[in-house]
Write a protein that binds this ligand. Structure first.
Ligand SMILES: Cc1cc2nc3c(=O)[nH]c(=O)nc-3n(C[C@H](O)[C@H](O)[C@H](O)COP(=O)(O)OP(=O)(O)OC[C@H]3O[C@@H](n4cnc5c(N)ncnc54)[C@H](O)[C@@H]3O)c2cc1C
Length: 402
């Protein structure tokens, strides 16, 4: 018998998981609490890096992503005056690109469109799960229920599925990174970019700003600043002047990027993570993927990529589970299999954040010297393990044989 998978959350992880289920021949339903328009929206752009692109290659979506986005080629970190600190290019992993950058709404819509109609139901807020014999009953805020064999919580940082697994029905607050972030799009016309680079992140003292190509002639930006959690949030309409002030010591093209921003399109967020759950993320026939299980800081652009990898590997595990009575054990094996990689991404993300957000002028100078004196091949080594990821075999094969 084919297991029926219920997914909560229509973000990158949930939609990718649903696509993988369809391709693996599993029955699947996905429930999203937001409206359809809300689900296919999102602030700024996102890097879908080589490791996650390997998943989309398996799922037959890579071509569509390349068509809609901008290829990640040469790019890296510079100081605030634009002097390169570390530049990498796709050749270091023998590829012609390191993935693709897209506007979040474009990616969400592309993933949604890859699913047969009827699988995604919006305006459906999950509230709790009840396990009954070998089945799970999933309950929504509007009183509706559905049944399945496996429940996947792909419902992000404040996962209600994760809450429902805790005996006290409480989720500890996430850990504030000390960083506030702004992101959005801009029209690059008239800005003098170095044509060699498709992305660049400029590091100052306690702040950073980056741009990247997202296809269709557009670019996206993000910026971070060290801000105490209790510091009041800025009001829409004041953000451009805030960024102008924050990055006034930076050289071209940073000031030009800020001038090109649309005031109403600048999103502001505090950045959080959580210590990864190791090695068990779920319980019985319930598991978690993506930010629901392991939100990471965005400094190496891997949170969404991990959700994509999780989605593929989870479906692979379910598909290759020969005996449905072993599903719970299969889910624990999936979690255990993913834990070391997730932990490494979590640690690297925190490490790059703390380097990028150094504030003390002397420490910043030492950091910059070390980066500039480090041979590129050595810098590349710290990321190679990430990009070398290969998804498990085709859905009909067993792990390790694919
Ligand atoms: C500034 C910034 C930059 C980033 N840049 C990158 C990058 O370049 N590359 C990268 O890979 N990652 C990046 N990330 C991380 C990435 O955005 C997240 O890791 C990714 O979105 C997680 O996907 P997800 O599907 O797990 O969760 P989410 O995208 O959070 O999706 C969760 C979904 O669940 C829904 N939901 C929540 N509760 C319920 C409920 N009770 N019932 C039903 N539905 C529910 C939500 O509405 C949402 O649609 C960045 C993050 C930040 C903050």
């Amino acid at each position: 018998m084919t297991p029926k998978v219920i997914i909560i959350g229509g973000g990158i992880g949930g939609l990718t998981c649903a696509i993988a289920c369809v391709q693996a021949g599993l029955e699947v339903e996905l429930y999203e609490k937001r409206t359809w328009e809300g689900m296919v929206s999102g602030p700024g752009g996102i890097f879908i890096q080589r490791n996650a692109m390997s998943v989309y290659e398996k799922l037959g979506l890579a071509k569509a992503l390349y068509e809609k986005g901008g290829k990640i080629k040469k790019g890296g970190f510079s100081n605030a005056q634009g002097k390169p600190l570390y530049i990498n290019s796709p050749e270091f992993v023998n590829c012609s690109d390191l993935g693709v950058c897209l506007g979040r709404p474009v990616l969400q819509k592309l993933l949604y469109d890859a699913l047969p109609s009827g699988i995604v139901q919006t305006n459906k807020k999950f509230v709790e799960v009840k396990e009954k014999e070998e089945k799970i009953e999933v309950c929504f805020e509007d009183g509706d229920t559905t049944w399945g064999d496996v429940l996947v919580g792909a419902d992000g940082l404040y996962s209600q599925v994760r809450v429902s697994l805790n005996a006290d029905k409480v989720l500890d607050p996430p850990v504030y990174s000390g960083m506030r972030c702004w992101r959005g799009y801009f029209n690059p016309e008239g800005i003098n970019f170095n044509p060699e680079y498709t992305w660049m992140e400029y590091w100052g003292k306690g702040d950073r700003l980056a741009y990247f190509t997202i296809g269709d002639g557009q670019r996206s930006f993000y910026a971070f600043d060290n801000v105490p959690l209790e510091s009041p949030r800025s009001q829409p309409g004041t953000r451009k002047s805030l960024l102008r002030q924050l990055f006034k010591h930076y050289s071209s093209p940073v000031p030009q990027i800020i001038e090109a921003l649309e005031e109403t399109d600048i999103y502001e967020d505090n950045i959080y993570d959580r210590l990864p759950l190791t090695p068990v993320w779920g319980k019985n026939r319930v598991t978690l993927i993506g930010d629901a299980a392991h939100p990471v800081q965005p400094s190496i652009g891997q949170g969404g990529c991990m959700a994509i990898e999780d989605a593929y590997e989870l479906v692979y595990s379910i598909k290759t589970c020969a005996d449905l009575s072993q599903l719970a054990q299969t889910l624990r094996q999936f979690e255990q299999y993913r834990t070391p990689r997730i932990t490494q991404v979590f640690e690297s993300s925190r490490q790059i954040s703390s380097l990028g957000q150094l504030e003390n002028p002397l420490s910043c100078q030492v950091r910059n010297w070390i980066y500039r004196l480090t041979p590129t091949w050595l810098g590349d080594l710290q990321f190679k393990w990430l990009f070398d990821y290969q998804p498990s075999g085709q859905y009909s094969a067993s792990r390790g044989n694919g």
